[in-house]
Design a protein around this ligand. Structure first.
Ligand SMILES: C[S@@+](CC[C@H](N)C(=O)[O-])C[C@H]1O[C@@H](n2cnc3c(N)ncnc32)[C@H](O)[C@@H]1O
Length: 260
């Protein structure tokens, strides 16, 4: 079943949105010396080369990171992680979310990274080896439920499914509400695509009803090629850190000016 491979999409406008918010949250939370737990339910391989044939075939990074990164403030944590990744892995390297987290977190912060696809998992193992992090080849949502509440209790979880099947949209609101009951202090970030047929809307509505203080942020962008169905990117955040609304507003302005 697992046919999605993020290598075709790495660095696209949705990745810029998701990774910029994630980097901002991790930067904010690591300003305090207190340790935190980090979870990824759908990790991908962690490191991408944007000059690989798969990435060039779709050309999605051209409309994403290549177009938008020059308009970020130089000191934005997303830009710092892009620079570090290129310094470590070459000029076309692009960090996936597990690598962003591994670069930004400290020795005191445990990372729980789930990836089910055997090939992606093997690549993720290689990406994480220098950090001495062993990823987990399990269903990510089951891993999330099994390992929460974590120790340390403070922490962040990124849920970034590939939404290959309609059931992904249907199971998430209840599962995330259960997760929030188990781990009420966790910052849980759910990414979703904004497609022309708006199939995310019932999921977001159900989640908002289950979690009244949910923070929602969406950006619009031009489809990466004619006929492509995705014209925006959304993130729902439980327990948003102070200042996330202002950071997200800066992203809204950037996308509105340069991506639509
Ligand atoms: C959108 S990609 C992840 C991208 C990554 N979070 C990033 O931003 O760099 C989704 C990944 O989830 C994996 N996957 C799909 N179903 C899964 C499951 N049930 N548990 C864990 N991983 C899964 C896919 O193999 C794919 O690599």
């Amino acid at each position: 079943m697992l046919s999605y491979q993020h290598l075709y999409h790495a660095g696209n406008p949705a990745d810029v949105h998701k990774h910029a918010l994630l980097a901002w949250v991790l930067d904010y939370l690591t300003q305090k010396p207190k340790p935190l737990s980090y979870f990824e339910t759908h990790s991908g391989r962690g490191l991408y080369q944007l000059d690989a044939p798969e990435a060039l075939k779709t050309g999605e990074a051209a409309a994403g990171v290549n177009r938008l990164a020059p308009y970020f403030p130089e000191d934005h944590p997303y830009i710092k992680t892009l620079e570090k990744t290129c310094a470590d892995h070459g000029p076309h390297a692009y960090p996936g979310s597990p690598l962003i987290a591994a670069q930004m977190l400290r020795d005191t912060d445990p990372l729980h990274l789930a990836e089910l696809h055997p090939g992606e998992y093997a690549c993720l193992q290689d990406t994480m080896a220098p950090f001495r992090i062993t990823p987990i080849q399990e269903d990510g949502l089951q891993m999330a439920l099994a390992r929460t509440p974590p120790s340390p209790r403070r922490g962040v979880m990124l849920i970034d499914p590939s939404y290959e099947v309609k059931a992904d949209y249907e199971i998430l609101p209840k599962l995330i509400a259960d997760l929030h009951r188990k781990w009420n202090v966790g910052v849980v970030m759910l990414w979703y695509p904004v497609l022309q047929d708006a199939r995310h809307k019932p999921m977001v509505q159900a989640l908002s009803q289950a979690i009244p203080d949910l923070f929602l942020h969406q950006v619009d962008f031009a489809p990466v090629r004619p006929g492509h169905g995705m014209n925006g990117s959304g993130m729902a955040v439980i327990n948003p850190p102070y200042g996330l609304d202002a950071a997200a507003k800066t992203l809204s302005d950037l996308f509105h000016t340069y991506a639509t």
